[in-house]
Ligand binder design. Structure first.
Ligand SMILES: *Cc1c(COP(=O)(O)O)cnc(C)c1O
Length: 459
């Protein structure tokens, strides 16, 4: 059977111009192991983007596999209104131990975008029920990405995804967010190529001068705003843009001052991706609502959670006829199979000290990427946080002018790297690595060599 032909006969792939598949047909994967994916011809691909940032501990991780197998023979799923099960309760018990302080009430969904929707509705309803019905707008940062459903999309600020749908979207208050690579204040800061350790960002030259944009917006719109949503420290889809923890700290204070909820979209940044369990841990403050997905089940099962505080929960707690309940549901909420994977992920992270060890290897990873890429004429910056490293290609190193996007440089590098067995999938002209936390040095050497060779060939 010609599986590629059959695929194209039926399937409309996500985030793709399907015509591109004429020259790059879908790669049919047979099995996975660790960071390796094997296609039906036995060819190996190194998955250094964690299959869209979700695979945390390698494909077909034996411990997660056996946890899910055990669960499936016991209970596959059960309605989650009025019913519960030990697996989901255990998961919440374990999560509370690692979440930022104050986050203790869990509302389940089955994908990241849905968790965002839930957070927005929850915030609006909280204010409505606590005497602030005028708080019905949301704030978000430029270059944000929060998912694809309409409200989540409205929060996003990446034109590639949102532009066409503008007529359908909520009117969001857009704040000019941090842009450390092209800092309009001319400061040097976290994520900058000269800087490795983001914890030192506060001592660096930058004092988050850009935060004044947020202050201005709060002054103007604070009273009508229910919540601000942010991707903490790392704006993934915008090209792995990184900003300092100080911004979050200041935002926490501002939100308290104006009674605005701080929603943390940790869908991509959670679970050790930034070097700590959650990106908010770098700032030492807690959000009011945190959205989790992606790494939550190790990349095994679609599951998402909007976790919130006792205070928000309490605003919904009353006699039924008061009409204060959160009337929101997803059929697969609390799915036991997903929960079984999620519990095992937490256990592995702890037993094997995964994040601490990954941070040690991250130093090596960043070092070789800088050595290899910074000398290239078209590399504007190498930025990193945790194991995530991004290489921004530019036309001109000095002016930081972007490459001509119609040349599709990133895409061509992607295709070339696939030939050589590395799955990169750049964001526009930003090549990045966001590998499973278990990646080892020899694979780091291999994938960076391939990426370098492909970049040089295409440029
Ligand atoms: C992936 C992602 C989402 C959306 O999650 P889906 O499961 O794809 O709906 C939202 N926010 C961020 C930061 C993400 O990376």
């Amino acid at each position: 059977m010609d599986w590629q032909k059959e695929d194209l006969k039926y399937i409309w792939h996500p985030c793709s111009q399907m015509k591109d598949y004429e020259t790059l047909p879908p790669i049919i994967i047979e099995r996975g192991e660790g960071i390796n994916l094997y296609d039906i011809n036995g060819k190996c691909y190194k998955d250094v983007i964690s299959s869209w940032w979700c695979n945390l501990l390698g494909h077909c991780n034996p411990r997660i596999n056996s946890a899910v197998k055990k669960q499936i023979d016991t209970l596959e799923h059960v309605i989650f209104a009025n019913f519960s099960h030990k697996t989901v309760i255990t998961l919440c018990q374990e999560l509370v131990k690692v979440l930022p302080k104050g986050l203790c009430k869990f509302n389940f969904a089955d994908n990241g975008s849905s968790a965002i929707e839930m957070a927005l509705k929850m915030s609006f309803q909280y204010h409505y029920q606590t005497g602030n019905p005028q708080k019905k707008r949301f704030m978000a940062l430029t270059d944000a990405y929060h998912g694809e459903t309409l409200a989540a999309l409205a929060m996003g600020g990446v034109d590639l995804y949102t532009q066409l749908y503008k007529p359908l979207l909520l009117d969001v208050i857009r704040i000019d967010g941090p842009d450390c690579f092209r800092c309009p204040y001319g400061k040097h800061c976290a994520g900058h190529s000269e800087q490795i350790d983001i914890s030192q960002a506060e001592n660096a030259e930058c004092c988050c001068e850009c935060f004044q944009k947020a202050e201005e917006a709060f002054e103007k719109y604070g009273d009508e705003t229910a919540a601000i949503i942010v991707e903490p420290l790392l704006q993934g889809s915008a090209g792995m843009k990184i900003y300092p923890p100080l911004y979050l700290k200041k935002l926490r204070e501002l939100c308290d001052k104006y009674n605005v909820h701080l929603i943390a979209d940790e869908i991509a940044t959670g679970y050790g991706r930034t070097g700590k369990m959650f990106a908010f841990d770098h700032a030492g403050v807690s959000p009011d609502i945190m959205c989790l997905s992606k790494g939550l089940t190790g990349g095994y099962m679609p599951m998402a959670i909007a976790v919130t505080t006792q205070e928000i929960y309490d605003a919904f707690y009353d006699d039924y006829l008061k009409g204060k309940a959160f009337m929101h549901s997803h059929t697969y909420a609390g799915n036991p199979l997903a929960c079984s994977a999620a519990i095992e992920v937490l256990r592995i992270l702890k037993d094997k000290n995964i994040i601490e060890k990954a941070n040690k290897r991250a130093i090596y990873f960043n070092k070789i990427i800088k050595e290899k890429f910074l000398p290239l004429e078209n590399v504007g910056e190498v930025r990193s946080i945790g194991l995530i490293n991004a290489i921004e290609l530019v036309k001109n190193k000095k002016t930081k002018e972007s490459l001509d996007y119609t040349k599709r440089t990133g895409y061509r590098i992607y295709k070339k790297a696939l030939e050589k067995g590395v799955l990169l999938r750049p964001l526009g002209d930003v090549i990045y690595f966001n590998p499973p936390l278990i990646i080892e040095e020899k694979d780091m050497d291999f994938v960076t060599d391939v990426a370098l060779r492909c970049t040089k060939e295409i440029l």
